[in-house]
Design a binder for this molecule. Structure first.
Ligand code: TXA
Ligand code: MG
Length: 311
C-alpha cells in the first residue's frame, strides 16, 4: 500500500481539499464531511445543479454510531454487510460531526463503511467522516478507475489514490431505516434479495412522502423552514429576518464577500438559525445564478415553494 499517497491524501482532507477515493463500488470525490466549505467545493466540482445529500464514509460501525442512530434493524444490516456496498440512511445522532450541507439539511445521515483497503486506510488515518459522491461531473458515468477521476476532475482533486479498477462497479445500495422498517431508496451493488434476507421485505420508497427520495438523488423536499420564505429581498419588512448576500444590512449573511462557496456552506445553518427566531417570514437576498449559485437558488426556491403550501 502506498503509505505516502495516503498521508498526502489525509493532509489534503485536513486542509479542506478534495481526494479521489477508491472504493469497491465506484471512485468517490472525497472531502472532510465535517467541513461545510469543503463539501460545497465537492458540489462545485461536480457541477451539481442542486444539493443532494451525500454519503458519509466511516471506518467501522462504531464510528457510524457517533454520527447516526442505529435501531436493532439498522445494526443487523450493518453487521451483515459492512464493510461493503450498502449505505444506511438513519436519523442523525446528537453530537454527530457531519455538517448540515452534507446531509442537505435533512434530519437523517447516509453512512457507509467501504471495504476497499485504501479507503479503509484513509478513513482510519483521517479519523473523521469523509463525504464522497461518485467522482464524475454531474450527468456523466461514475468513474471506476483512477484515470477516470483524473480525466473528470483534473486539478480540482489534490490527490487521486489509485486503488485499481473497482470490483463492484456500481454504486452502493441505499437503504433507509426508520421505525424498525427498511426502505430501499437506491438499487446498487447488493441485491434486493441479499438485503431482504436480513431485513425482511423492503418497502418501496413512498412517492407521496415528499421527504423521502422517490428515485436516486430525487429529494423533493430537504429541510423546510416553518416560517414562509420570501426570495430576492432587498431589505427586511417588519417581523422578518433577512438573510443577506454580499455587503448589506441584515441579521444573517450567507457571505459578506459574496463568495458562493461560503454561501453554500452556510445556507442550511442560516435557514435553521433564521427559523429559530420565529419571524413572520425569512427574507433572502438575491443570489447570483452562476456556479454554486444555481444549487443555492434551487434550494431556496424549494424552501419558498414549500412554505406556500403550509397554511
Ligand atoms: O457507492 C457509492 O455509494 C458511492 C461511493 C463513492 O461510496 N457514493 C455515491 O454517493 O454514490 P452519492 O452522493 O452519489 O449518492 C448518494 C445517494 C443519493 O441517491 C442520495 O439521494 C442518497 O444517497 N442519500 C444520501 N443521504 C440521504 C438521506 N439523508 N436521505 C435519503 N437519501 C439520501
Ligand atoms: Mg453519482
Amino acid at each position: 500500500m502506498d503509505e505516502d499517497a495516503i498521508s498526502r491524501a489525509i493532509t489534503a482532507l485536513r486542509s479542506g481539499r478534495l481526494v479521489g477515493l477508491p472504493t469497491e463500488t465506484v471512485y468517490g470525490l472525497a472531502c472532510d464531511a465535517t467541513n461545510a466549505l469543503a463539501v460545497a467545493s465537492v458540489f462545485a466540482a461536480k457541477g451539481r445543479p442542486r444539493f443532494n445529500p451525500l454519503i458519509s464514509h466511516v471506518a467501522d460501525l462504531r464510528a457510524a454510531q457517533a454520527e447516526g442512530v442505529f435501531c436493532a434493524l439498522a445494526r443487523r444490516l450493518a453487521e451483515a454487510f459492512w464493510p461493503g456496498p450498502l449505505t444506511l440512511v438513519v436519523p442523525r445522532a446528537v453530537g454527530g460531526s457531519v455538517c448540515d450541507l452534507a446531509c442537505a439539511g435533512l434530519p437523517t445521515v447516509a453512512l457507509r463503511v467501504p471495504a476497499h483497503p485504501l479507503a479503509q486506510a484513509l478513513l482510519q488515518g483521517f479519523g473523521q467522516p469523509v463525504a464522497a459522491p461518485s467522482a464524475n461531473v454531474s450527468g456523466r458515468p461514475s468513474p471506476t478507475a483512477a484515470d477516470h477521476v483524473r480525466a473528470e476532475m483534473g486539478d480540482r482533486v489534490a490527490v487521486v489514490l489509485d486503488g485499481g479498477p473497482c470490483v463492484v462497479g456500481v454504486e452502493s445500495a441505499v437503504v433507509a431505516v426508520r421505525d424498525g422498517q427498511a426502505t430501499l431508496l437506491r438499487l446498487g451493488g447488493l441485491s434486493r434479495q441479499a438485503i431482504e434476507a436480513v431485513s425482511g421485505s423492503l418497502l418501496a420508497p413512498d412517492a407521496t412522502d415528499r421527504a423521502a427520495p422517490a428515485s436516486p438523488g430525487m429529494i423533493l423536499r430537504h429541510y423546510a423552514p416553518s416560517a414562509p420564505v420570501r426570495l430576492h429581498a432587498e431589505r427586511a419588512k417588519p417581523g422578518e429576518v433577512l438573510i443577506g448576500f454580499g455587503a448589506m444590512d441584515c441579521t444573517l449573511n450567507l457571505s459578506r464577500t459574496a463568495d458562493l462557496a461560503e454561501a453554500a456552506a452556510s445556507l442550511f445553518a442560516h435557514l435553521r438559525a433564521a427559523d429559530a427566531l420565529s419571524p413572520t417570514a425569512i427574507a433572502v437576498a438575491r443570489v447570483p445564478d452562476t456556479g454554486l449559485g444555481e444549487a443555492i437558488n434551487d434550494r431556496l426556491r424549494r424552501a419558498a415553494e414549500g412554505s406556500q403550501e403550509t397554511p
